[in-house]
Structures are given as C-alpha cells and as structure tokens.
Design a protein. Structure first.
Length: 307
C-alpha cells in the first residue's frame, strides 16, 4: 500500500483530518507527521528524515501543512523529502516565496497582476511617516506587520494621527511593516479562491464581522459561495502560477479597477471553503496527488524563473 504523509503539527485540525480521510478513502495509507519533531540527516547520496527516532521510508507523496510560525523548519523538512525524490504536493521554494509578503507582492506586480498600492518600510523613523503616507496618497490606510497571519498584525487607520501612532508603535518593535491603500468599494469583503493543479475548485466571498474590516473567518467573518468573473478567475490562477504553487488559496478584492490580489496562501484551510461551497476540496487535493504517483515517472512541471 502506498503511503502519503501529511505534514501537520496537529492531527486533530479540520484540514488534517479531512486530508487523512480522503487519502484512506482512496485506498492509500495516511500518516500524519509533525514536521517540527523531525530531524534531518545530510549525507552524500543518502538524505534521511527521522521521526520519533525512526527513519521515514517508503513514502510516495507528501502534503505539507506548514504553519507560518515554523516556515523555515517546515520547508527544510519538505526540501529533504524533495531530495529523497518524494513527490510533494507543494514545493518548498513555493512555500517560502508565498510566505514572504513583500516578495510575493513584488512577483505579482512584475507579472502585471493587480495589487493594492503598497509601501514597504523597515523600522521607519518619526520623520519618515509623513513621506510614507504621501506615497500611498489617501486615507484610510491599512498597516500590516510583515509576519502577520489570519488578520493578526493588521490595523486600519482612518486619520493621519492614528496612522502615525500605529507606525511609530510598530517601529518600536523593530519590525518591518507594509502600508497599504484601503479599498473602500470592497465593503469589508474579500474572495478566497481555492486552486488545485491549475484549476479553480472552489471560491467563496468572505465578509468581516460587524465593525471589523478584516474578512478572516478566524476573526468571526462569514462566507458564502460566489461565482467568479472571468477576470477574477484569470487573476487568481495567474497569482498561484506566479508563486509556483500547485495548491493555493488566493485572496483578492473586488475593486473599481478590477481584481486586486491580497495574498497567495500555500497552506489554505479547508473548513471554510468546504462548508461554504459543499465541495470535497480534500478529495480534489488527494486526487491530484494520486494521479501523479500512479506511475513511477514524475510529472513534468513548467519551469518559471522567479525572484
């Protein structure tokens, strides 16, 4: 029986449980491995991964579910599987690329994808604040920590005074920040597009809780199924491709100048999208994997030069 490993720090998470269920339903062995507990051995011609003191062997494929807080170590584990010639559903470099908010915005801007006007600053000083705000051009603005996830470290400021206070507070933490234009016409909503193997398999519109501009379901937002416009579908697919992601959750805003990409997520959650759409997203992911491990030859992937 072929073995598929799900890299996850918690086997009780909805997404992990659904993937395990889908793997077993298709007649494969499912193994959940906590990547933070793995040790890696580098040796000429013999890379190995150990888990609970035992080598991990005879693995046909790996599904990475790497949390943002352990990106570096998690992607090292994924990279080790790649060195072992194991098929990985999401490549290590694609995870690293998409996790870097600045780098991903640079890539998407290069690919002529719409993104909100964004200014990056490292530890801005008090005298820099007014210059940064002028570069965005209008209020309100959204201020983000470069390392924030699930709506944490994201602040909407409606006045110059408030923006200065937030920027100064974040600067005191010696952290890098993004200052981004606020897209008023989005109405506190965004769209999550779930992509598997270059195809849209589900999409939902997420709306923030009352009084909260953030649409994250983790923050109390709601979701409903939505039919994408041709421009929205094209933008989402191109965004995932630009990151090199075979599996991705693309977040975009509806604006007066067309779809604007907010973020491309390499480990998108399954609960919200499956509940909103009724689609077996976990099954779509596993079908993509089993199709690629059905034969001994690995699929030929399009090579794309990225920054």
């Amino acid at each position: 029986m072929k073995k598929i490993v799900v890299l996850s720090t918690n086997k009780e998470l909805y997404s992990t449980k659904r993937l395990v269920e889908a793997i077993r339903k298709r007649g494969y062995e499912a193994v959940v491995v906590n990547h933070t507990k793995c040790s890696l051995m580098m040796e000429k011609g013999n890379p190995m991964i150990y888990y609970n003191g035992e080598p991990i062997t005879n693995v046909s494929a790996v599904i990475p579910r790497i949390g943002a807080s352990v990106t570096m170590y998690g992607t090292a584990v994924v990279r080790q599987f790649e060195l072992m010639k194991v098929f990985v559903a999401v490549e290590s470099q694609a995870i690293v690329r998409s996790r870097d908010k600045l780098r991903s915005l640079q890539i998407m801007a290069r690919e002529h994808l719409g993104v909100p006007k964004t200014v990056f600053a490292r530890h801005p000083k008090d005298e820099d604040v007014e210059i940064l705000l002028k570069q965005i051009g209008s209020l309100p603005v959204i201020i983000k920590l470069l390392e924030g996830t699930q709506g944490l470290g994201v602040v909407l400021t409606e006045t110059r005074k408030a923006a200065k206070s937030v920027i100064e507070a974040f600067s005191g933490l010696k952290t890098s920040i993004l200052i981004q234009e606020f897209i008023k016409e989005a109405g506190g909503s965004d769209i999550r597009v779930f992509i598997v193997d270059g195809k849209v398999v589900g999409s939902m519109k997420r709306t923030g809780a009352d009084g909260d501009f953030r649409s994250n379901i983790h923050r109390g937002g709601t979701a409903e199924v939505i039919k994408l416009s041709p421009k929205e579908k094209k933008a989402a697919l191109k965004a995932a491709e630009s990151m090199g992601l075979s599996i991705a959750g693309v977040d975009l805003l509806q604006s007066s100048r067309g779809p604007l990409i907010l973020e491309v997520n390499s480990s998108p959650g399954l609960q919200g999208i499956e509940k909103a759409t009724g689609v077996d997203i976990a099954g779509k992911i596993v079908d993509y994997i089993t199709h690629n491990i059905a034969t001994e030859t690995k699929p030929k992937k399009k090579k794309k030069i990225v920054v």
